[in-house]
Design a protein around this ligand. Sequence first.
Ligand code: ADP
Ligand code: MG
Length: 550
Amino acid sequence: MAENQLGGQQYLVLPEGASRLLGKEAQRTNIAVGYAVASIVKTTLGPKGMDKMLVSELGDITITNDGATILEEMNVEHPIAKILVEVAKTQDKEVGDGTTSAVIISGDLLKNAGNLLDQGIPPAAIIKGYEMAHEKSVEILKGVASDVSIDDEKKLAEIAMISVGSKNIGSETTKRALTKLVIQAVKQVSMREGGKVTIDRDFIKLEKKEGASIEDTQFINGVLIDKEVAHSGMPKSTKNAAIALLDVALEIEKTEVDAKIEITSPEQMQAFLNQEEKMLKDMVGKITASKANVIFVQKGIDDVAQHYLAKAGVMAIRRVKKSDMEKLAKATGARLVTSLEDLTPKDLGFAGQVEERKIAGEQMIFVEKCKDPKSVTIFVRGGTKQTADEVERALTDVIGSLVSVIEEGKYVSGGGSTEVEIAMKLRDMATDVGGREQLAIQAFADALEVIPKALADSSGMDPIDTLVQLRSKHKSKDGKSFGIDVYGNRIADMEKLGVIEPMKVKSQALSSATEASVSILRIDDMISSKGSRPSGPGPGGMPPGMGGME
Ligand code: ADP
Ligand code: MG
């Protein structure tokens, strides 16, 4: 009867072709979809995790291990799948690393919630239990974390190596060399104020070009710009560069002139051209008067102005992106000038060398040897575009990892050890809480253990046996940093192995995973207008064979 009533309402309110899922059916479907999405990235977790190859509609290929990239490139259409993609994106934005973990924890939170629903526990109780468990787990996390400072090179190197460890971008030696570059870059742009260190990730530029080996990736103490010198008569290399940054067009605005002058004779035309040339010459005069010998211009440079600049020996680069102008300002100390009238020698910046070099058939401008630049570049290389892309993604993770651990000053042990520790302590707490929430807290604890289980699985260990061993180890004294030694196929002390990670990677993953699963559980009614498909995995939604639960 009730169903008929609902059907009737639907018929009245919703447009033709719309579909609707209600109550348990909506929750079940959403949980299945969420879990299916998480399962896709699960096998990529950790250094022994596998890569995914993604082929776009246009045939572009991406080979990656990066959770955020995989989910983004999959172009999932299902709204619930999109929530999980958001989890990965948020993690990427806030921390830069830990995207896969965040998504697979969300998946298991959902799966376990599904089991509780089956036992008749109402969604509200699950949600409440999950939120309590989340709050408590952040507390536990803080309790097990240790301090680290920007001057602790050894710890930073370990953290960087763990972050890059899961990416297939070459040997241990290559990875070590790459992480060294990142540490150098992060330290260079860091700002200390009082006891606090802040780092703006935007000022570590990753510029990439294929056509050389990963080992050729280099640190540039300054900015690398994908542009060329404007005119062939200009110098291609300038030492001790005095740099002006101009947000000015070195051109005559045509419309402005047309409006004022009506040309009726060839003499007038000549006079007009002379006038125009004089204006451009004057512009160049103002630049040379400031003693600038290299200029970066955000807008265009007229041919005539280029000619005069070349004659004066000034190297000019035009149509430079605004973001690059900001980086140049930070690197060279130059001030961005918006009117030539304002340009004075004080506005100029400095670089030991500005040079145009040909890289893989294209010109690039190297602004190097800056004095204590607060903006630097890592020039990423790789044999193919795919490799260079994956190196870039790996370095983005390392940068994110280092920035968050330095800013927060806290790290925890990896290899699933922290997740097991939190899970154990949560279970203790759950018994004090009692009731239905107790079951939800236990389910939350179980979900965290998906991390050690997936790591064990990836190295061929039995996930359940290993988890049992880990739990018993964590009950003993000095057992709190025991996790999966993926290379030794055993459990071991992660801290001693140097498997450590920023606390922020874990805390952010816990919050976004909790938030996503709770918001999915709150949905008990899915109404989709014609054309969209809320009813589970299907064309455009999920790849075949990815649906369903374990
Ligand atoms: P994410 O996108 O979540 O960062 P990764 O593929 O980078 O996914 O895997 C991260 C997980 O792998 C973390 O739990 C981390 O502790 C673990 N891990 C990384 N390196 C090692 C290692 N050498 N030994 C054991 N676990 C490791
Ligand atoms: Mg990682």
